[in-house]
Write a protein that binds this ligand. Structure first.
Ligand SMILES: NCC(=O)CCC(=O)O
Ligand SMILES: [Mg+2]
Length: 345
């Protein structure tokens, strides 16, 4: 329906008020909207998290993450080649560990020939130019599903840190460019930095999961790496309380003091305020993790036809940029990169 503006009398008062305050003016055309846009999204902002599983020719869908598969090494190499073609700067690896290899201490984490290490070698051989990020935490390897070592009901800090240093070393030896500790033990960044340096890996970066909250949004990830059933209790004695914000700044401050090259806030969208505070306070490379539950939530609505997939994906990523993030770990990475390559934002 079109209306005839002439039929509506606009008083001089209204015109006076609007005069000189027409913020809608630059919104009238695409060229102008693009010129005044404050933030932009580029392929350089993307880190693609990937799930690796043992075997060959495997591409097992993760039911709660439509469009995401667990890949065997041969297929993961193919996908990393695709990431490189798309211009994605880095990928992050997470292993699905066979139940037989899980134990109380997560000893498989220290096996220099474990699935993650074998994946690193294969990827580095095929696609040496891509950034390779590995996860340091024991949860994919422990029978109890916790990120550290357990003594009774407790997750013991310092002994866990020692184990995590060993894990970081085998990953660096296998070719990881960035060690990303996601365990939230106190002091692990400094200890890992020292271990890496002592072993001659002073160029290997540390991306610290500095402010990682005890969140219900990790559910689908735990399905993907097969720890949902194993996990005893919850992670509230080491991950942050969702009610806290100042504490996130202390966590980031300590990780930076201990030698982190970049820091991460996780989950993403429910914690945009934390990203903004971290960026404003420290002005360091700050990453966000759009976690599995955020992805699952959007995809579920998209599959029902309730949301436009491409548009919510782009808008959700733009929100991270606006909040101050330098980059985002997102399961949408290849889809976004394809869209950006097509020249659409
Ligand atoms: N350490 C990595 C994660 O916990 C990922 C969480 C997610 O995507 O839900
Ligand atoms: Mg900490």
């Amino acid at each position: 329906m079109t209306i005839d503006p002439a039929r509506f009398t606009v008083s001089a008062d209204v015109r006076d008020i609007v005069q000189g305050r027409r913020l809608r003016r630059p919104r009238q055309a695409d060229w102008s909207r693009r010129l005044v846009r404050e933030n932009s999204l580029s392929v350089d902002d993307l880190i693609w998290p990937m799930f690796v599983v043992d075997g060959e020719g495997r591409r097992d869908p993760v039911p709660s993450m439509p469009g995401v598969d667990r890949l065997s090494i041969d297929n993961i190499v193919r996908e990393v080649e695709r990431a490189a073609r798309l211009g994605i700067p880095a990928v992050a690896l997470f292993p699905y560990t066979d139940d037989r290899l899980r134990d109380e201490t997560g000893s498989e984490a220290l096996n220099g020939n474990n699935l993650v290490c074998r994946s690193c070698r294969a990827i580095k051989q095929a696609v040496p130019e891509i950034g390779l990020i590995t996860d340091v935490a024991l949860d994919p390897y422990t029978s109890h599903g916790h990120d550290g070592l357990m003594s009774g009901e407790d997750i013991v800090n310092d002994a866990s840190v020692a184990q995590l240093c060993g894990q970081a070393l085998v990953q660096a030896e296998a070719g990881a460019d960035v060690i990303a500790p996601s365990d939230m033990m106190d002091g692990r960044v400094g200890a890992i930095r020292a271990s890496l340096d002592n072993a001659g890996f002073e160029q290997v970066q540390i991306m610290a999961y500095a402010a990682k909250f005890a969140s219900a949004f990790y559910g689908p990830f735990r399905d993907a790496i097969g720890t949902s059933a194993a996990l005893k209790g919850d992670k509230r004695t080491y991950q942050m309380d969702p009610g806290n914000s100042n504490e996130a700044l202390r966590e980031v401050e300590l990780d930076l003091a201990e030698g982190a090259d970049s820091v991460m806030v996780k989950p993403g969208m429910p914690y945009l305020d934390i990203i903004r505070r971290v960026k404003d306070h420290f002005s360091v490379p700050t990453f966000a993790y759009q976690v599995s539950g955020e992805y699952a939530m959007l995809m579920a609505a998209v599959q029902n036809g309730w949301l436009d997939g491409d548009r919510v994906m782009m808008e959700s990523l733009m929100a991270f940029k606006r909040a101050g993030a330098d980059g985002v770990l997102t399961y949408f990475a290849p889809r976004i990169a394809e869209r950006l390559q097509g020249g659409q934002s």
